[in-house]
Design a protein around this ligand. Structure first.
Ligand SMILES: CC(C)(COP(=O)(O)OP(=O)(O)OC[C@H]1O[C@@H](n2cnc3c(N)ncnc32)[C@H](O)[C@@H]1OP(=O)(O)O)[C@@H](O)C(=O)NCCC(=O)NCCS
Length: 183
């Protein structure tokens, strides 16, 4: 069953200031083909400048994305508008495992809303702090997480990806979320 996680509308600037009603909900099995398409469509925009073509190839052309989504979809939440998936996020244990907003919809508050939902779910699961990993060269995501109150813990080598990644952490309290979300 499709269960909304929040009914808070997110304003889409491309709609001339009108409210675009986004639904934030847990992913369901029927989303899997759309999720694979969404991630395949955006992976080069997200990681093309950060990871080598050889490293990306199994995801872009092979079946790594498909097998990851088939395994991870029960942990995913989606932002959807008119049957189109605009963003995907997932948690795994105490981690924000990933958060992707479609490039056509960046800087409209969708990433913030998704992150807020994931952090709330982690807190409800009993975690007091959360972690995430972000490639060091992913300036856009680093800017986003720092703005959302995440702190840098350390930098390490991701051997599989052949790139440096930053481990970040955040204390999960309503107060820290409200501060990071602004007035
Ligand atoms: C990172 C990402 C999730 C942000 O999502 P978003 O919906 O664009 O973010 P929001 O609109 O909620 O931005 C909230 C705040 O974060 C900061 N921020 C967002 N994008 C930023 C950027 N490119 N540079 C610097 N700061 C940024 C700003 O402070 C922004 O507030 P403002 O727009 O009022 O200035 C999105 O860019 C994305 O999906 N990137 C590709 C996937 C990715 O790299 N995911 C993270 C992997 S670890």
């Amino acid at each position: 069953m499709r269960k909304p996680l929040t009914d808070r509308p997110v304003e889409d600037g491309s709609m001339n200031g009108r409210m675009m009603q986004l639904e934030f909900r847990k992913a369901v099995k029927e989303d899997v083909p759309k999720l694979i398409m969404f991630l395949k469509d955006t992976i080069v925009e997200v990681y093309g400048q950060i990871l080598s073509r050889e490293i990306l190839q199994p995801w872009v052309e092979g079946d790594r994305l498909s097998s990851d989504v088939n395994q991870l979809w029960p942990k995913m939440i989606v932002a959807e508008k008119a049957d189109e998936i605009l963003a995907v996020a997932a948690s795994l244990d105490d981690k924000v495992a990933f958060l992707w907003v479609h490039p056509a919809h960046h800087r409209k508050g969708i990433g913030s809303a998704m992150l807020n939902i994931v952090e709330t779910e982690l807190e409800k699961s009993g975690y007091k702090t959360a972690k995430l990993e972000c490639f060091s060269d992913n300036d856009r995501a680093m800017g986003f997480y720092l703005a959302k109150g995440w702190k840098i813990l350390c930098e390490e080598m991701d051997e599989e990806a052949g790139a440096l990644k930053i481990v970040m952490t955040k204390t999960l309290t309503n107060e820290s979320r409200e501060c990071a979300n602004g007035p």
